[in-house]
Write a protein that binds this ligand. Sequence first.
Ligand code: PEP
Ligand code: MG
Length: 328
Amino acid sequence: KQAAYAKMRDVEPRTRDGQRITVMMNAGLRDDLPMLSMTGADGIGLFRTEFQFLVSDAMPQRDRQTRLYRDVLDAAGKKPIIFRTVDIGGDKSLPYLVNDTSREDENPAMGWRALRLALEREGLLKVQARALIDAAAGRVLNVMFPMVSEPWEFYAARNVFESQLAFLKARKHTLPEAIRYGVMLEVPSLAETLDLIAPKLSFISVGTNDLTQFLFAADRANPKLAERYDWVSPSILRFLRRVVRQLDGYSVDLGVCGEMGGRRLEAMALIGLGIRRLSITPAAVGPIKELICKLDSAEISAAMDGWLANPPENMRTTLQQWAEARGI
Ligand code: PEP
Ligand code: MG
């Protein structure tokens, strides 16, 4: 396994026509950290902080959270880490966190979860904000909020961080060098207000796992539905292309951190849409870097324009044949 990673570890993911694609990895536990150097990923584009909560039988205390975040930053050295605030609730329920508003969420994925829960249980978000700010003392802190559906949710969450920052400053804590804020784009409604929110953000990461389940109204965990829609369908690709175009002219860094980006044809399509940052499962980092090095971004981009204007009957087969014809 080590050898498989080693092959691409030190290779820069750059397309044949010179586009540097940032290939980061997704993580959530201390155990994932060695994969960063093993795969040669450019950083962690999605650190799922809820994992620590899910493996604990009580709410993780602030100092435990701080230790974990500090260890992650230490392990990463100069590579960037994007910490996502807790995405709990829904199907990731915690026995020690009682859902008192809608105990019987009929649709947990679109229920009381993630930022919705964190904004209501503000204490939880405050503790996490303080832990992240302390852990990132003297360094850059990248914070990302999950399940943002309208800009106000982002402003409310950022306020929690900014007030904790002021609190810790008054107590003479060493503060982060900077805080960069971002959101996940995984609730389709957010795509309608990108012009409002983009100027306030450093980055946006598309969460294609949730985004596709909401676009298709198809439970991401139900295997019977998995066959009914395709990540490379024109609906998803056109949606994403609109997002890319709407963000044109803003300095916000757009990436994709769902599982979609870790698959060959999907990654190819995303690069064809103009996506330049992927955060994927560690095992996919090597194979996707290899793919990138064989790809001509201008060529795939022109092909995507044609396919999305006039979709072929089967986009997957078309992409597959296009790749095969080029030895990709
Ligand atoms: C997503 O929804 O695509 C995502 C990356 O987050 P999660 O899988 O943790 O919901
Ligand atoms: Mg998600």
